[in-house]
Design a protein around this ligand. Structure first.
Ligand code: T46
Length: 138
């Protein structure tokens, strides 16, 4: 994986003197999947690492609504990192991508849109197993 593989999608934001308003709608042509679940990560203690898994099929869009965090992505061949801090931008998380999130600023709130309902069976928690499965992908 190289920095060129990081997909940051600009969201539809309306800016005026009162501030910004960002919208997401099904079929708005921005989110490249039907949204079937929404969750958000918040109140993360300092120094914590989250993630540490991959998904076999799930697609997600991660939006840092406030604060900042670092996201580390790994496709089994290489690792890249990106800092999220702009609520006008979403980071696309493709299937078969190992992800870890750390360096959360205090009060960070991170919204995640997901293409599927929650399914523990879609997770790969074991890194060597992830590398094995990823190596079978062309
Ligand atoms: C991901 C990263 C970015 C549910 O019951 N329903 C849900 O929809 C989710 C997402 C989680 N949970 C439960 C499962 C665990 O008992 O919430 C608990 C914490 O989840 P987890 O440890 O997986 O949280 P993260 O931050 O490590 O990972 C999450 C997502 O699970 C994962 O899909 O890509 O955020």
């Amino acid at each position: 994986m190289s920095p060129a593989d990081i997909v940051l999608l600009p969201l539809r934001t309306f800016h005026d003197v009162r501030g910004d308003l960002t919208t997401l709608e099904p079929d708005d042509g921005v989110v490249p999947f039907a949204i079937r679940r929404v969750y958000y990560i918040h109140h993360v203690p300092t120094g914590v690492t989250r993630g540490g898994h991959a998904h076999r099929a799930l697609r997600q869009l991660m939006i840092c609504l406030s604060g900042r965090l670092d996201v580390h992505l790994d496709d089994g061949r290489g690792r890249v990192s990106v800092t999220l801090s702009d609520p006008r931008v979403g980071l696309l998380l493709a299937p078969m991508t190992w992800r870890e999130m750390n360096d959360f600023a205090p009060d960070t709130v991170c919204l995640v849109l997901a293409s599927e309902p929650y399914d523990e069976a879609d997770y790969i928690h074991d890194y060597p197993e992830f590398v094995r499965e990823a190596s079978r992908i062309e």
